[in-house]
Ligand binder design. Structure first.
Ligand SMILES: Nc1nc2c(c(=O)[nH]1)N[C@H]1C(S)=C(S)[C@@H](COP(=O)(O)OP(=O)(O)OC[C@H]3O[C@@H](n4cnc5c(N)ncnc54)[C@H](O)[C@@H]3O)O[C@H]1N2
Ligand code: MOO
Length: 404
């Protein structure tokens, strides 16, 4: 059987970043830059004042000197009128430095009157001037391809007037749930039927990974319905199916995917939950077949699908790091498989502490609701006493935030 590490490397060996598209600057946050950005000009574009105050020639200035104020230069003023020797120009932060000026005196360091100003302290040549190009030189690479665009990158792109930003495409991720027993949430439930929670849960997981979910609907347990829905799903960049991948008589997913040209690269991974997971490709498109149990389907999304989506969006770091945490109460399992148990993580004074969030049966969804981490129980062990250090995947980091 495929090990967890093998499964993950098969998946990542078969996913590549999608091509690029151009998006409006205002929509680019959270995307991954697809090209290097080169500054088209110097930033700032001209010498300008760093303070509200007076533009002067340092050589004219001594403590106690009074200079006539000849004009006023607001930010956005053109700053082309030269400073006459022995005078001062009232200047605002951001206004261009007029010819002849070599220092700016902040208003607090002066004694201003209507049309003149008296200086209080000494003035150093060059003080409070922001020089052209001191931040960025035109032609300089300012943001490399592959960078996650945050508000800081938006600010730099705006300063370069890049209104259309080249970013990696977000994968469109088709979701097909399978099973005759499924009814959509809100519909009346006949005996034996179950509510299709996986479609919306997986769509939410896709959204949380910042990709675009495409809900295809439910494939019923017959070949025609499977063919129709799976073929529709294969039009997207990624296909995720839910259920119908274990050993049941009606588990048609893998057969129909094969018929539709999907090459299966593994089926069954040596983990719990999530053993029946299958993965394949069709013309380079990844196809994930996740188990139907709601817990197994979300855990396998976290372990296998999310890293692949991140890679497709251009992320270079795609695997959540694990943290080490001390188990607070004993847990047991059957030896043999790697288990991912749902745990509650908290921060103690000496590091992370974990305890099981409840019944670890794959059918128990509540335990996932109450969990904020998945702890790895190594295959060989069967008893993990309190105090055992375990690796934990943090599902969310809310618990690390401080309360006001
Ligand atoms: N003989 C074997 N039986 C099973 C095996 C096995 O290896 N041999 N594996 C078990 C494991 S582990 C899991 S997990 C499940 C996964 O099976 P499938 O992926 O084929 O899923 P189903 O059997 O169709 O459904 C399992 C379970 O999940 C519920 N389900 C299905 N779809 C949805 C949905 N969209 N929303 C909510 N819940 C859903 C379904 O009703 C079943 O209760 O197989 C074991 N059996
Ligand atoms: O592995 Mo199944 O995925 O236990 O529920």
């Amino acid at each position: 059987m495929t090990t967890f590490a093998e499964a993950r490397s098969i998946i990542l060996d078969n996913t590549v970043p999608l091509g690029s598209e151009r998006v409006m600057l205002g929509q680019a946050v959270g995307r991954l830059l697809a090209e290097d950005i080169i500054a088209p000009w110097d930033i700032p574009l001209w010498d300008n004042s760093a303070m509200d105050g007076f533009a002067v020639r340092a050589a004219d200035c001594r403590p106690g000197t009074t200079l006539p104020v000849t004009s006023f230069l607001p930010a956005g003023g053109s700053g082309t009128i030269p400073l006459a020797a022995g005078s001062a120009i009232r200047i605002m932060t951001g206004a261009p430095i007029p010819p002849g000026v070599d220092a700016v005196i902040p208003i607090e360091e002066t004694d201003p009157a209507d049309d003149r100003v008296t200086l209080i302290g000494p003035v150093r040549k060059g003080q409070h001037i922001r020089y052209r190009g001191e931040d960025v030189t035109g032609g300089e690479p300012v943001i490399p391809a592959g960078t996650l665009i945050r508000p800081a990158e938006i600010s730099m792109l705006a300063s370069c007037s890049r209104l259309l930003v080249p970013v990696h495409r977000r994968p469109r991720v088709a979701i097909v749930s399978t099973g005759d027993e499924l009814v959509e949430p809100g519909e009346p439930l006949a005996p034996g039927q179950i509510i299709n929670s996986n479609t919306l849960a997986l769509a939410a997981a896709v959204l949380e990974a910042e990709a675009d979910p495409v809900i295809v609907g439910i494939a019923r347990d017959d070949l025609a319905s499977h063919r129709e829905k799976l073929l529709e799903g294969l039009q997207a960049d990624v296909l995720i199916t839910s259920a119908g991948v274990s050993a049941g008589d009606r588990d048609l997913v893998r057969d129909v995917l094969e018929e539709l040209g999907v090459k299966q690269l593994f089926w069954k991974v040596d983990i719990k939950p999530g053993r029946p997971t299958a993965f394949g490709v069709r013309d380079g498109k990844p196809v994930f077949s996740l188990p139907g149990n709601p817990v197994a389907s979300l855990v396998t999304f976290e372990l296998f699908v999310r890293p692949a989506l991140l890679r497709m969006m251009g992320h270079r770091r795609v695997i959540k790091p694990t943290v080490s945490a001390l188990l607070q109460d004993e847990v047991k399992k059957k030896p043999g498989r790697l288990h991912f148990i749902r745990v509650q993580v908290e921060k103690g004074s000496d590091g992370y502490l974990i305890r099981s969030s409840g019944d670890q049966n794959t059918g128990i969804l509540k335990t996932l609701v109450h969990a904020n981490g998945l702890a790895l129980l190594p295959p060989e062990g069967d008893r993990f006493p309190a105090g055992t250090p375990l690796e934990v995947i943090l599902l969310d980091r809310q618990f690390e935030m401080d309360k006001p």
